[in-house]
Design a protein around this ligand. Sequence first.
Ligand code: PDD
Length: 284
Amino acid sequence: MSIYLNGAFMPIEEARVPVLDRGFIFGDGVYEVIPVYSRRPFRLAEHLKRLQHSLDGIKLPNPHSEAEWTDILNELIQRNEPEDQYLYLHITRGVARRDHAFPNPPVPPTVFALSNPLTTPSAEQLQHGIDCITVVDNRWLRCDIKSIALLPNVLLRQAAVDAGCAEAILIRDDAFLTEGAASNIFVVKNDKLLAPPKDNFMLPGITYDVILELAAANGIPYEVRRVTKAEVLSADELLLTSSTREVLAITTLDGKPVGDGKPGTMFTRLYPLYQTFKREVMRK
Ligand code: PDD
């Protein structure tokens, strides 16, 4: 497997980062995950825009122009086997003596990119949906930054796994839905899709955008607004989205069935629309 590190491509076994890297010491960096279909990165411009937003959020200058990123990532795609991949892109504030404040003068950032095979959800997950739990969203107030400091998300996801579930649904202030530990969440009530607003409490998902575009284009009613905890708990359907999990139905929540406990009519409508979009747009 070939990776990119600080200007060079190399086998992953040869890649080394010094222990004083601020990503290692402080989690001081940001990342992106970009799906690649038939060797084409999906919505690269949007992913690079979100990367810029994350970099701005941590006051780290972007080491590359959009054209440079495009060249690096396309070369990474070509150097790896699968037709469908997901790219992991990771930038830290570089290597410096340990001090919480930024290195002064600044040091070169560490830039790392990796390609993994993209595996889609299993037939079992598509047919039966997935189990989730609700948890307290105890993260910081800048969840719009795709920070590599993911300890809260790691612990929340593990709480789901320990409960035999696939994802944790995060509830802020015992009052409203934010997102999943590594996904966005939609509520369906009375045939309407309810989506939390893209604010500082959630990562603005690229797949989230696709779902709302598909809804708009196909006459599916939707509303973007705060979604309450009560609406989550009394939902007709719950949907999960991410670049690697596409769109999935959540069929149990905290051990109780969501709706009738089967993937519902909204999922059954949106899933084929997503697959058609993938075939006709993402792969072209
Ligand atoms: N995570 N919210 C969080 C907290 C996420 O980590 C992710 C994706 C999303 C969905 O964003 P998108 O649709 O752009 O993938 C929402 C990636 C897949 C990850 O960390 O592996």
